[in-house]
Design a protein around this ligand. Structure first.
Ligand SMILES: *Cc1c(COP(=O)(O)O)cnc(C)c1O
Length: 426
């Protein structure tokens, strides 16, 4: 264990030893008083890689020069474009290439996955979920339950933190799975909870769900590009994620979709059909009979949104080059440094009581720290914003800070501490 110091000199020393510090230069930063802001909201919208612009121009040029012929003759033929993302995506989430595809938006993908994996009957119909999920996920759950004529109150088993605690005790998840084993159809969790930053033990939870004959699916919006995942090895049934948070692919960009190989040819699993789910060879024959792809591509509906895939590909290529292992190594050190700085600065002041609610265990979190700001939170958030610090505010009283290993430095974290010091001593 390194002994951290709250000095600029020490932070710069850590940056010097950081083997991936040069990636910072590849991104555009918003400006405050003509200087780069301290950007800690990559968990909300990742920064733009500078190389996206030229990659976009390439497709604009091909579209201008080739028109419809670009489907097969563009530099990156559009007909196959979704396939150009498969290797990097599979590496990132620990999947086979046959198990992943990029399409639609995250919430749309969740609905598609629920249509496939949530088919309740009178014996098995319950879903285990977190009591405080991202609202969109909650809406998916409730509307999918109603689609089957059921009442969410009878279906959802909500696991919540114990009284006085902020994160979920995983034993409680395992106990609830066991207690509801006869009726449990699905366990559905956020891999990393958006609010607390808690990273669940997805492997153990998957095993527990399967032991009682339930499916397991995860929303990985805050996990992908942030923590190491092994979806195939962990026997996850399905997952989905967005690409504009840690994956830096731009606002509303195309989302990710995973279905374990074991389910692809299971005729009992319903899927909605569209022409892009038809296999590649006969798709343009325009026949009435659907001939589904034999992998996850069978779930595709529409032809691929090339422009959002362009920025996604640029970003995935960067992740593939760095490697998620190396990123996570830096991430653990960088977030621990932020934790040290926050605890040091806030302990200097009796009045200000900041409490980090994200797990202290480095294996059970990604880079985000969520800080409970008892009382003066909104003023603290406003002060930081006015001084060129991007963090985010979640009602009623939480500030989330994500030092992103791809483009945040140890110096960024030190500078944040200096501004925090001023903010809380006022
Ligand atoms: C960001 C996020 C979403 C956003 O959904 P979109 O369909 O991309 O708008 C949904 N769920 C979770 C858990 C998220 O973190």
């Amino acid at each position: 264990m390194i002994e951290f110091k709250n000095t600029l000199c020490f932070a710069k020393e850590l940056d010097k030893e950081d083997k991936i510090s040069h990636y910072k230069k590849l991104f555009h930063f918003p400006k405050h008083n003509n200087k780069n802001v301290l950007y800690f909201t990559g968990n909300s919208l990742g920064l733009q890689p500078k190389s996206v612009r030229n990659a976009m121009l390439q497709e604009l040029t091909d579209w201008a020069n080739l028109g419809e012929k670009g489907h097969f003759n563009a530099t990156n033929p559009w007909y196959f474009y979704h396939k150009f993302l498969k290797n990097q995506t599979a590496n990132l989430v620990g999947a086979n290439t046959s198990e992943v595809v990029c399409m639609n938006g995250l919430t749309v993908n969740l609905h598609l996955l629920f249509l496939s994996f949530y088919n309740p009957n009178k014996d098995k119909f319950k879903i285990l979920c977190e009591s405080k999920m991202f609202p969109s996920d909650r809406y998916v759950l409730e509307s999918q339950v109603r689609l089957h004529g059921l009442n969410p109150k009878d279906v959802l088993i909500e696991v919540c933190p114990r009284p006085g605690e902020f994160i979920i005790n995983e034993d409680d998840i395992l106990d609830l799975i066991e207690k509801n084993k006869n009726e449990l159809l699905l366990v559905f969790l956020e891999g990393v909870n958006y609010y607390t930053g808690q990273f669940f033990n997805l492997k153990d939870i998957s095993a527990a769900a399967h032991a009682v004959g339930a499916y397991v699916g995860y929303d990985l919006a805050h996990a992908v590009g942030n923590v190491e995942l092994q979806l195939h090895e962990w026997n996850v049934d399905f997952a989905a994620w967005c690409s504009y948070k840690y994956l830096n692919s731009g606002p509303g960009s195309v989302a990710g979709f995973f279905i374990n190989d074991t389910h692809h040819n299971n005729k009992d699993i319903f899927k909605l059909q569209g022409w892009w789910g038809n296999n590649e060879e006969t798709r343009f024959k325009m026949k009435n009979d659907f001939e589904g792809s034999d992998d996850v591509d069978a779930w595709q509906l529409s032809n691929a949104p090339i422009f959002s895939m362009v920025s996604h590909k640029v970003s995935l290529d960067i992740f593939d080059e760095v490697g998620i292992k190396q990123l996570c190594e830096k991430s653990k050190l960088l977030t621990s440094y932020l934790e040290f700085i926050i605890i040091q600065e806030s302990s200097q002041h009796e009045v200000c009581n900041l409490e980090i609610i994200t797990p202290a265990n480095k294996e059970r979190r990604g880079c985000q720290l969520s800080i409970l700001t008892k009382g003066a939170g909104k003023e603290l958030y406003d002060y930081l914003s006015q001084h060129g610090v991007f963090v985010d505010w979640r009602e009623p009283d939480v500030i989330r800070i994500a030092p992103v290993p791809l483009y945040n430095s140890f110096e960024d974290v030190f500078m944040f501490g200096q501004i925090l010091k001023k903010a809380i001593s006022m």
